[in-house]
Design a protein around this ligand. Structure first.
Ligand code: ZN
Ligand code: ZN
Length: 318
């Protein structure tokens, strides 16, 4: 069971469609403003079978490896096929950023773009059997998004057009299904919470009082993803799927988790008030982010991708 989100009134960033949302779409704007009609080709198993161990696939994978340089992992392994690649806007903690994504038949890889199509860094590798996608309904100008959930990290991504979104989601889901059908990999039961971007919370989402600034830092509850103040997140808790060490959780999640699993996983701060373990320094925030900035930036970044056509994904058929 994913952690229950309490509905703090200030949260505009919905981290997932609730089932009750279906059918109460107030948005009357026509859904598909793309110039081209959606001609989404469904990926097929055959195409992956055709590419497996082929020379052309081997070259493509080697090229991806080369673009990441020595800091990246070895990607050319037996049976691995590069299914597609392209740029997506990834919602990061502070603001949304363009990231290069590579979909293989068993992993999803992404990284920062140093030089487009030539050099990437900060490689991240997500095993596909643990990936779960969740649609994000369009909200005003913030469109074409979905959530990529994994046990250790979950985040929202946005494509430039609805067609590209469909293509990406279809291909990823197809690869996950095919991988699980083979039977030797199991899907993940627990997925990490999506972090509410800093810009979405001017005040603590737990107490609603603390306004964030240079002194009052933002913290993220690792269980529900909400942005909370230090006073409202004084505990840590060991969430096995997330981290070996206890991680920061908000008071509400702490109560829920200790009730569910008992106190054995709990951990408290040492006398200095510093989290004793498992919490990275990246938890602290230095700049003051204005609310809704991150949403405007999604629109800005996806529009830029659409205009420059850098986002257009390529899915390989042969
Ligand atoms: Zn608070
Ligand atoms: Zn929480």
């Amino acid at each position: 069971m994913p952690p229950v989100q309490n509905s703090a009134a200030m949260v505009k960033f919905r981290v997932g469609p609730k089932s009750t949302d279906v059918g109460v779409e107030k948005n009357t704007v026509t859904q598909n403003p793309d110039p081209k009609p959606a001609t989404v080709r469904t990926p097929s198993k055959k195409m992956v079978d055709r590419l497996v161990n082929s020379e052309v696939n081997h070259r493509r994978v080697a090229n991806v490896e080369q673009c990441f340089g020595k800091a990246g992992q070895q990607l050319n392994t037996f049976g691995r096929v590069l299914v597609g690649e392209g740029v997506l806007v990834k919602m990061c903690r502070k603001k949304p950023k363009q990231r290069q994504f590579f979909l293989f038949n068993d992993i999803l890889v992404y990284g920062n773009i140093v030089f487009p199509k030539k050099r990437y860094n900060k490689q991240r590798l997500l095993p596909l059997e643990s990936v779960k996608l969740e649609d994000l309904p369009d909200e005003g100008t913030v469109k074409n998004g979905w959530i990529i959930r994994t046990p250790t990290k979950s985040f929202a991504v946005y494509a430039a057009t609805s067609t590209e979104k469909k293509e990406w989601m279809l291909h990823i889901e197809r690869c996950v299904t095919d991988l699980l059908e083979k039977g030797n990999k199991r899907p993940a039961k627990e997925h990490a919470a999506v972090w509410v971007p800093d810009g979405e919370a001017a005040r603590c989402m737990a107490c609603g009082r603390t306004a964030f600034n240079l002194v009052q830092r933002r913290h993220h509850c690792r269980a529900c993803g909400h942005v909370v103040c230090g006073a409202c997140s004084s505990h840590t808790y060991k969430i096995d799927t997330l981290h070996k060490k206890p991680v920061r959780v908000c008071d509400a999640c702490f109560d829920r988790l200790t009730k569910q699993h008992g106190a054995s996983n709990m951990d408290v701060r040492d006398s200095t008030g510093v989290l004793s373990s498992g919490d990275s320094s990246s938890d602290s925030e230095d700049d003051v982010v204005t609310p809704s900035e991150s949403r405007n930036d999604v629109v800005k970044e996806t529009n830029e991708m659409k205009e420059s056509q850098t986002g257009e994904p390529t899915f390989y058929r042969e």
